[in-house]
Unconditional design. Structure first.
Length: 367
């Protein structure tokens, strides 16, 4: 009798273990609802299953219910419902011709429509009401592919300047937004502005006598086309000047050079040049037995060579048949003036007579 009872107890223990195994799956047939959702007859299991149809596919993973996030170097999973970001259509951007002088560029500012800071924007631009569409690239040039950057990278409220445009052309821009790889928004309202034509104006003016220029007082008056020293006095320097004024919208600024057709001369005789050169100007001589002639420019910051070589007043160079820089700018300018001072001195051994030469200025914009 004792043996039979023992076997019965063992059988009961095995059945209890089996019961624990099968109780791992639970079925919940209750409607879950709230103010914003309703789930009919949900079925929760241990996970790891896939659900698919012709219109969707859902990959399951095994997990549990908790309030902690899970992350690694490559992912981050947050608990609960995650609300995706769907950005709003950007507000109207701005497009302007700053100063009304831009011929190959325009200034733009994108608008955010109060989107989050990590929303990205693309800016489309067109010269023909979007029959042809280009996109402003990351370096603010034109391109055929979409370029996405966030609001700060597009220059925030300052914006940027798109380059590579055609002169005398009206352009329109419009902006769209996206958040990561979510659906893009529609384009904003367009904004428009027009480029102008390239312009360059050079004016040469005479300077009256008794005018102080670069530490020198002129002794004669000049015109835009002539410098007449009259009769020179031995060992007394004569000073003349001319003014060059430039206005240009050239994006790279301009350069003005000076050259002569030869030295101040009469027949086979000449008035010697000063020892200084355009590359290395030097002080004007106090006295000389024959003669000395040279020029000084008031542009204290040139664009080639030692840029400050003429910054001191007493810095003179000899004129040559080579065109050498006497004024420049790296940006567009309006009425930028440079004075060129000419100084001549004769000594006791200089032959009398009427000496002359031709000075040529050449100014060019850098478009």
């Amino acid at each position: 009798m004792l043996k039979r009872n023992t076997k019965l107890i063992y059988l009961l223990a095995i059945m209890l273990v089996l019961g624990v195994v099968f109780s791992n799956q639970a079925i919940l047939a209750e409607t879950l609802s709230g103010s914003n959702y309703s789930i009919e007859n949900p079925n929760f299991d241990a996970g790891g299953m896939e659900s698919t149809s012709t219109n969707y596919g859902i990959k399951s993973s095994i997990g549990d219910v908790g309030d902690a996030s899970s992350s690694s170097a490559n992912y981050q999973a947050q608990p609960g419902f995650i609300s995706p970001v769907f950005p709003g259509v950007p507000a109207q951007p701005s497009l302007t011709n700053t100063g009304g002088t831009l011929y190959n560029s325009l200034d733009f500012v994108a608008a955010t429509a109060n989107n989050p800071s990590d929303v990205e924007y693309a800016i489309a631009i067109s010269p023909d009401s979007f029959a042809t569409t280009y996109f402003i690239q990351a370096d603010n040039t034109l391109g055929n592919t979409v370029a996405w950057k966030d609001y700060i990278s597009w220059g925030s409220g300052t914006g940027g300047r798109v380059t590579g445009l055609s002169a005398n052309q009206t352009y329109e821009i419009k902006v769209k937004a996206r958040y990561q790889m979510h659906t893009e928004t529609a384009y904003s309202i367009t904004a428009s502005a027009s480029t102008v034509g390239p312009s360059f104006v050079m004016t040469i003016s005479g300077v009256s006598s008794n005018t102080t220029v670069a530490g020198q007082t002129t002794t004669v008056s000049t015109t835009p086309t002539s410098i007449n020293y009259g009769s020179l006095v031995q060992d007394v320097a004569a000073v003349a000047a001319q003014q060059i004024t430039i206005t240009t919208n050239a994006s790279g600024g301009y350069s003005t050079t000076l050259q002569q057709d030869g030295p101040l001369r009469r027949g086979g005789r000449q008035i010697d040049p000063v020892s200084g050169t355009n590359a290395v100007p030097a002080s004007f001589p106090v006295s000389i037995s024959t003669g000395a002639f040279g020029y000084h420019t008031t542009d204290a910051s040139l664009c080639t060579g030692s840029v400050t070589r003429f910054s001191a007043d007493d810095t003179y160079a000899q004129a040559t048949t080579q065109a050498l820089e006497i004024a420049c700018s790296l940006t567009p300018v309006t009425n930028e003036s440079t004075y060129v001072v000419y100084k001549v001195l004769t000594g006791s051994l200089q032959a009398a007579g009427s000496y002359s030469n031709i000075i040529t200025y050449i100014s060019a914009g850098k478009y």
